[in-house]
Ligand binder design. Structure first.
Ligand SMILES: C[S@@+](CC[C@H](N)C(=O)[O-])C[C@H]1O[C@@H](n2cnc3c(N)ncnc32)[C@H](O)[C@@H]1O
Length: 228
C-alpha cells in the first residue's frame, strides 16, 4: 500500500498540540498529536454531513438564512450546509487554525467540492467561541464540530462552549427559532441536561459515519423558541 505523505502541519494555540495533514492517493487524513488515530479522514464524512442536514433542516428555502459552521476540518459540514440553504443565505465558517483554511484552499479543497469558493461562504479565522460571544440574534443555525463531543479536545478553551455559560451565549447568538447542532462521537446525558437548563428543546440523534454503515455518532439538536 502506498505510504502517507505529510503535506503540512500547524500548531494549535495555548499548547494544544499539532495538527498534521497527510495524503495517500486521493485520501486525506488530519491527525492531532496526543490522540490515537485521526481527527478526520476524507473517506468518512457521513455524520459531518448529517450535522448540517439535521441542524439546517428547518431552513429549507428560507430567504437570507444565516448559518455558523465551527470549524472547517475538511469542509464536509460546510458543503452539506451549502447544499441545503437558499442562494440568498450567508454561511460563516469559523476556523481556529489558519493553515486549515489554506489546506482547504489548496489540496484538500476537492474533497468536499471547494465549498470555500461558494459566494455564500464567509471565512472567520479565529475562535468560534469569540464569534458566538460577540453575537446576538445573528444566526438561524449554529453547527459545532470542533471537538470529539461536548468536551474540549482540540483546544482546551473549547470547554466553555459546552458549559452553561457557553450554551447561554449560543442561545443569545441564535435567532428566535434558531437551532444549535453539535457533533459528538457518542452520547452525553449531562450535556443534554445543560442544554435543557439553558432553555433549549433538545433531541439526540444517532447517525452513521458512512451511509448506512460504520461507527455510530451522535448529533445533539437544541432548538430555541417552539419545540422541535
Ligand atoms: C473535526 S474537525 C471539523 C470537521 C468538519 N465538520 C468537516 O466536515 O470536515 C474540527 C475542526 O475544528 C477546528 N477548531 C477547533 N477548535 C476550534 C475553535 N475553538 N474555533 C474554531 N475552530 C476550531 C479544528 O482546527 C478543526 O479544523
Amino acid at each position: 500500500m502506498k505510504k502517507w505523505t505529510t503535506l503540512g502541519s500547524a500548531q494549535i494555540p495555548n499548547n494544544g498540540g499539532t495538527l498534521t495533514l497527510a495524503q495517500r492517493d486521493a485520501e486525506f487524513s488530519i491527525r492531532l498529536s496526543g490522540i490515537r488515530g485521526e481527527l478526520m479522514n476524507s473517506r468518512v464524512h457521513g455524520s459531518e454531513e448529517a450535522l448540517a442536514q439535521l441542524g439546517c433542516a428547518r431552513l429549507g428555502e428560507a430567504t437570507g438564512a444565516r448559518v455558523l459552521v465551527g470549524g472547517m476540518g475538511m469542509g464536509f459540514t460546510l458543503a452539506a450546509t451549502l447544499d441545503i440553504v437558499a442562494p440568498s443565505a450567508v454561511v460563516t465558517v469559523a476556523e481556529l487554525i489558519p493553515e486549515v483554511i489554506e489546506w482547504n484552499r489548496g489540496p484538500l479543497g476537492e474533497c468536499a467540492g471547494q465549498p470555500l469558493q461558494d459566494p455564500r461562504t464567509r471565512v472567520h479565522i479565529g475562535d468560534v467561541a469569540e464569534l458566538i460571544a460577540a453575537t446576538e440574534d445573528g444566526f438561524d443555525s449554529v453547527l459545532l464540530d470542533v471537538d470529539n463531543g461536548p468536551e474540549g479536545l482540540t483546544h482546551s478553551d473549547n470547554q466553555w462552549l459546552y458549559s452553561l455559560a457557553g450554551l447561554r451565549a449560543i442561545h443569545r447568538a441564535l435567532s428566535g427559532e434558531g437551532t444549535l447542532a453539535v457533533w459528538s462521537a457518542g452520547p452525553d446525558p449531562l450535556f443534554v441536561i445543560r442544554l435543557k437548563k439553558t432553555g433549549f428543546h433538545t433531541s439526540v440523534r444517532s447517525v452513521r459515519a458512512r451511509p448506512g454503515k460504520g461507527s455510530h455518532h451522535t448529533i445533539f439538536l437544541a432548538k430555541k423558541g417552539a419545540a422541535l
